[in-house]
Ligand binder design. Structure first.
Ligand SMILES: Cc1cc2nc3c(=O)[nH]c(=O)nc-3n(C[C@H](O)[C@H](O)[C@H](O)COP(=O)(O)O)c2cc1C
Length: 462
């Protein structure tokens, strides 16, 4: 049987107090613990009194600075209202590896005008208390130091072990069998947290009961000095939820642009329809002149549209060959150019984007001798630019889905051929072709770009 006994202590804790001595005296006078501490007992102590005896108390106005000082990393920021005023609470990671609101800096159960920090090293504090008590009593006990933490997915706070000594903090049941004889695959029980949470039942917050003794849980008491509450911290590499949802979204939005790189080598895997659908929606969200939706897309999927793909690419190639011949290239030069591996023939999916000027481009009289640029060429360029915006959106969306893309210029150079093969009107302007597929290798590192070198410096801005 496991029993939990609350130990009330009527003492105003302060820096330098002999905590182990005070706890021992309180236990001696505890009616429910007539024989005092016994071997195998576990002493659970709130971190508040440990911190106070270690002098970790500061003036309340310094609270925000103290939280900043205790913070290794901000995990999430929660904005909520208190008495009609917006207040922000930082959920942070501390030096201890704990993730908790306000770095555990707490204004409860302390003198008005002060706040209490967490102990500097709660595992060391637990070790010191345990050693002192074991020395006095000559018995082996366990010590847990607790703090009250909120939980990401569940309402209500519970106490957790933030420091421990002489305790099997984790019970790894992996490889053992359940009551049906089935092997447990990856079950680790957070024993120290369970004991901490249970102890809170007899250490009500306002009851001046900062200590509990757990009796009957000696199985979890150990002389192994290596075990500590630090062992309960999930390694960063295994942490699926290392930042808050809002923060992860912001980070993802910023990173999306940089996730796109030109990928020129794909596996044979097809591109799921939803990846292309999301990319189309992203494209159609690009800015465009005159409130139009001027983009058009031909999507060719390998295994479904192979004959049209071959017809189109063959026609583009023929046009290219004759253009190269017209430029005076030799037959060998032309053959060498055209024989280069063509990603558009092999990519799992190819998208041919166009802009259709009939979707809303204005027309101009194109008066001879008028140099202002207020003419049909400028209007067409404007729609082409909107096409570029749509394609970039599309490529970013594809990259966000962990697929790769290469924007290949070819069709831009043969608009007439594209229109002829696809039976499109003259208002259609091809914007290249986008090869899409699953990359064979991770994206290359993006080189650092000196954006200053891209700035135009006019006379007035230096
Ligand atoms: C309009 C346009 C046309 C492009 N045409 C080709 C092309 O014909 N062949 C090719 O391999 N890459 C082409 N690219 C891709 C660029 O080479 C590539 O974007 C550049 O090397 C930068 O690399 P990154 O996209 O990984 O940032 C084109 C890019 C754009 C924007």
């Amino acid at each position: 049987m496991i029993s939990l006994i609350g130990v009330s202590i009527d003492h105003r804790f302060g820096k330098g107090d002999d905590l182990a001595g005070i706890i021992l005296r309180a236990i001696e006078s505890c009616a429910e613990l007539p024989g005092g501490l016994q071997a195998g007992d576990i002493l659970v102590i709130t971190s508040k009194i440990v911190a106070k005896t270690e002098g970790r108390v500061i003036a309340a106005p310094d609270r925000e600075d103290a939280i900043t000082a205790e913070t290794v990393r901000v995990v999430a920021t929660k904005i909520h209202e208190r008495n009609g005023i917006p207040v922000s609470t930082r959920i942070v990671e501390t030096e201890h590896g704990l993730i908790l609101a306000a770095a555990g800096v707490d204004a409860s159960n302390t003198e008005t005008g002060t706040v209490v920090l967490l102990p500097q090293d709660p595992d060391a504090s637990a070790r010191t208390i345990r050693e002192s008590i074991q020395q006095v009593l000559g018995i082996s006990i366990g010590v847990i130091i607790t703090d009250t933490l909120g939980r990401a997915w569940r309402l209500g706070v519970t106490d957790h072990a933030i420091g421990a000594s002489g305790i099997h903090v984790l019970d790894d049941l992996t490889g053992t069998s359940d009551s049906f004889g089935q092997q447990l695959q990856m079950t680790m029980v957070a024993v120290a947290d369970q004991l901490a949470a249970a102890s809170e039942l007899v250490r009500a917050k306002a009851s001046l009961t900062p200590v509990a003794v757990i009796r009957g849980a000696h199985t979890w008491v150990t002389s192994n000095e290596q075990l500590s509450a630090r062992d309960l911290i999930r390694p960063t590499a295994d942490d699926l939820f290392s930042v808050g949802t809002a923060e992860a979204k912001i980070e993802g939005a910023h990173n999306a642009v940089y996730a796109r790189r030109t990928v020129r080598s794909f596996t044979d895997s097809p591109v799921p329809a939803e990846v292309i659908d999301r990319a189309l929606h992203a494209a159609a969200s690009a800015p465009a002149p005159h409130h139009t939706l001027p983009w058009r897309f031909l999507i060719l999927v390998r295994g479904q549209d192979d004959s049209l793909r071959a017809e189109l690419l063959d026609a583009m190639q023929t046009t290219w060959q004759s253009d190269l011949a017209a430029e005076g290239r030799t037959t060998e030069e032309i053959a060498a150019r055209v024989s280069r591996g063509n990603i558009l023939r092999t990519a799992p999916t190819v998208i041919f984007p166009f802009v259709d000027l009939a979707a809303g481009a204005h027309t101009y009289p194109n008066i001879d001798g008028m140099n202002s640029g207020h003419n049909n060429d400028s209007e067409r360029i404007m729609f082409h630019i909107a096409g570029g915006a749509a394609i970039e959106n599309m490529l970013i969306s594809i990259a966000a889905d962990n697929f790769g893309s290469a924007w290949i210029s070819s069709s831009i150079f043969c608009p007439a051929t594209m229109r002829r093969v696809l039976d499109l009107p003259d208002t259609y302007w091809p914007l290249g072709a986008i090869a899409v597929g699953q990359p064979t290798a991770p994206a290359r590192e993006r080189p650092e770009i000196d954006v200053q070198s891209l700035l135009i410096r006019g006379k007035s801005n230096g």
